[in-house]
Structure formats: structure tokens, C-alpha cells
Design a protein around this ligand. Structure first.
Ligand code: KG4
Ligand code: ZN
Length: 364
């Protein structure tokens, strides 16, 4: 007999309001619908995400977003088995909005409520897309986070290392601002880099020669400001070619850092002797084509499968939240109405908190 479980997922921890329906049939998950309302235009004039604006926009969009996800899946709440909602980490106003909506739905329908860690959503995406078995190595690389994790179960993560200051997505966004390119910075820096000479500017690669998987991006950002200022002092402004060359130099430096530290992480992971060796990426920066190309080549060299989810599932979405909901539902890990929204929520609670540790990002 076919066994199905259907989860409604809700995500509102940063600047995307999202709802999705994911159904697992005989152990295989399928995304029935995934609706995302981005807020980029709302924050465009401010050079970053304004938490209060984000929270209000979530409140306005959330219920319609859920209705749309159900409609797109041709389902009603009567067809849903549980509601999974991001309960942190993230911008607290947004997280609270999602949690309150989920509680309301569960109170009205009697459905089980499942609080989900947003980072677990990114970290488990390779299981949603490629049914990757545990344990696998994942690089979570987004606007607020950067860490290597060995994923041993939906509830068991070992953090091998991560950024000690800024997250790479944040550095991409700041670089775009420094160069006068539009937000979000990742895609615009990537586009500019296509026509750029990555060798024109000498940019640092902090911690590259150090042992271990820790990374640092704030010195690179400062070097970008200096390089830009030197060009402006010399020429009175930036040409399009300067923007492209600086973008290419920055992107190459980030790719070098991630490539080198991934080698360290892969060595630690391989020491576990996993039956199927998988290195997956997740988070918004995993959309970067140069970083993907470097990691694809690295994995080919080390005889490891490289899993990169489709771009729409790398950036924030609710399908990944619904998927974590499926695993927690199967483990009967349900929450009740005391579920609270958490601004911080590390996946590996045994890992020592890192100084700075990417806590300056939007999701910090
Ligand atoms: O995972 P995400 O949607 O939200 C967070 O949890 O942070 O990631 C958003 C981040 C932004 O900083 C954005 O600039 C970056 O991902 N990003 C990229 C690219 N696309 C998005 N960074 C580099 N290259 C890209 N193509
Ligand atoms: Zn995210």
C-alpha cells in the first residue's frame, strides 16, 4: 500500500516570504508547490535588509502565500498531515510572524506543529533533491552563514569550521555596494566578473595557509574598499571595466578560500569512511557559478559526488522547511503551542561558539 505524508512548510526568517507543500510517497519526497515572495525591491533603497520592513512585509504576505501554495498543489488544509515552520535562526520579527501563523493554522485544524531550524532546511536540501544518504558533507554558504557540517541525521550535525567574521554572501552584498552594483550583490558581482580580469588587483586570501576549515572574509572586504578608493583617487571614479575587474578579483579570492577549505573539510569527512561519498552545497552563495565549478573540479579529483541543488532551492524557500518537517514528522518530533521563535540556533550545539562567526549577517 502506498504511504504518503504531506507537509505544509512556512519560511519567513529573512527577506523571503515562502510557503510550500512537499509530499513523501513511499519514502521519496516531491515538491507539490513552492511559492516565494522576495522583498528585494522593498529594501533596495537602504543598502541592506531593514528588519522592521521585512517583518511587516511577511505579515502582509504570509497568509496569501500559504493559500497560493495550497492552491498550486490542488490541496486544502484537510489534505495536510503537519505544518512545519522556520522557528529560527533569523530576523526575529519575521520568524515570529511565521511561527504565529503556523500556530494559528494548527490551533484551528488540530494539525501537528513542527518547528524547524532554517539552517537544517539548507543542510537537508540535498536529501530533498537527491536522496543523499547520511552521513554527507555540506557547505552551508549564504548571506548570514558559512560553515562546513557533517550531516549525520536530521538532528545530528558536526561543525568542522566556518567563517570567523563575515559570511560570503554578506561580503558579496557589500562588494556590490562598494562598487555601485545593485543588490543582492551575489548575482550582480558574478555578472560583472564575467567581463573582468581577476588578476588586475592583488587581493588577500585571509587564513588560506592556516590549517583547518575556518575562514575569514572581512579583510577581503576592507581590501576591496582600499582598491576602489585607489582607483577613484587616481581616475576620479570607476569605469565599468574597473567594476568588472574588481568583481572578478573578489570572486576569485572567495572561490580560492572556499576551494582550499573544502579540501580540509573533505579530508575530515573521508576519515569517517562513508559508503557513498557526497559533498553538497547549500545556501544562496551556492548559486555562484564559479564557486560551483571549482567545487565540481575538486570533487572529481577526490572521487566524491558533488551535489548542488537547483538554484531556486539554494536560496531561501519553504520546500526545504517542509522537507525537514517530513523527517521530524517521521521521528514524531512535534512541537506544541509553547514553540518559540529563536534569533540564534546553532545546528551543532557542542561546537564552541566562534568569535564573530558570521553573526553580523542579516540572519545573525
Ligand atoms: O540563502 P539565502 O537566500 O539567504 C540567507 O540565508 O542568507 O542567501 C542570500 C545570499 C545573498 O547574500 C546573495 O548575495 C547571495 O546569497 N547570492 C550569491 C549568488 N546568488 C545569491 N552570492 C554569490 N553568487 C551568486 N550567484
Ligand atoms: Zn537561508
Amino acid at each position: 500500500m502506498t504511504r504518503t505524508v504531506t507537509i505544509l512548510g512556512i519560511e519567513s526568517s529573512c527577506d523571503d516570504t515562502a510557503a510550500a507543500v512537499v509530499r513523501q510517497t513511499d519514502g521519496v519526497p516531491h515538491i507539490l508547490s513552492s511559492v516565494v515572495y522576495g522583498q528585494t525591491a522593498l529594501h533596495a533603497d537602504f543598502g541592506g535588509i531593514v528588519p522592521e520592513i521585512a517583518a511587516r512585509a511577511h505579515v502582509e504576505k504570509l497568509d496569501g502565500c500559504v493559500a497560493q501554495a495550497l492552491h498550486a498543489a490542488s490541496l486544502t488544509l484537510a489534505d495536510i498531515d503537519a505544518v512545519a515552520v522556520t522557528a529560527g535562526p533569523g530576523l526575529i520579527g519575521g520568524v515570529v510572524s511565521g511561527v504565529m501563523l503556523a500556530k494559528g493554522i494548527c490551533a484551528a485544524t488540530g494539525l501537528p506543529l513542527i518547528g524547524v531550524n532554517h539552517l537544517a532546511g539548507h543542510a537537508l536540501t540535498p536529501r530533498l533533491t537527491d536522496q543523499v544518504p547520511y552521513p554527507y558533507l555540506v557547505l552551508l554558504v549564504s548571506g548570514g552563514h558559512c560553515q562546513f557540517l557533517i550531516v549525520k541525521s536530521h538532528d545530528d550535525y558536526t561543525r568542522l569550521g566556518g567563517t570567523i567574521d563575515d559570511a560570503p554572501g554578506e561580503a558579496f552584498d557589500k562588494t556590490a555596494r562598494i562598487l555601485g552594483l545593485p543588490q543582492p550583490g551575489g548575482p550582480s558581482v558574478q555578472n560583472a566578473a564575467v567581463s573582468g580580469n581577476s588578476k588586475r588587483f592583488k587581493l588577500p586570501r585571509p587564513l588560506l595557509q592556516n590549517d583547518g576549515c575556518d575562514m575569514s572574509f572581512s579583510g577581503l572586504k576592507t581590501a576591496m574598499i582600499r582598491a576602489r578608493d585607489a582607483v577613484v583617487a587616481d581616475q576620479g571614479g570607476l569605469t565599468v571595466q574597473d567594476q568588472c575587474d574588481l568583481s572578478a578579483g573578489f570572486q576569485a579570492a572567495v572561490a580560492d578560500i572556499i576551494d582550499r577549505k573544502s579540501r580540509w573539510a573533505l579530508n575530515a569527512y573521508m576519515a569517517l569512511n562513508p559508503a557513498r561519498r557526497v559533498f553538497a552545497v547549500a545556501g544562496g552563495v551556492a548559486a555562484n557559478t564559479q564557486i560551483r565549478a571549482r567545487l565540481t573540479a575538486l570533487c572529481a579529483l577526490l572521487d566524491t559526488e558533488f551535489v548542488a541543488p537547483p538554484l531556486a532551492l539554494c536560496t531561501d524557500n519553504a520546500a526545504m522547511i517542509a522537507y525537514v518537517g517530513l523527517e521530524r514528522f517521521a521521528a514524531k518530533q512535534w512541537d506544541d503551542m509553547t514553540l518559540s521563535a529563536r534569533p540564534r540556533w546553532p545546528l551543532d550545539t557542542t561546537a564552541a561558539p566562534m568569535l564573530g562567526s558570521g553573526k553580523k549577517g542579516a540572519k545573525a
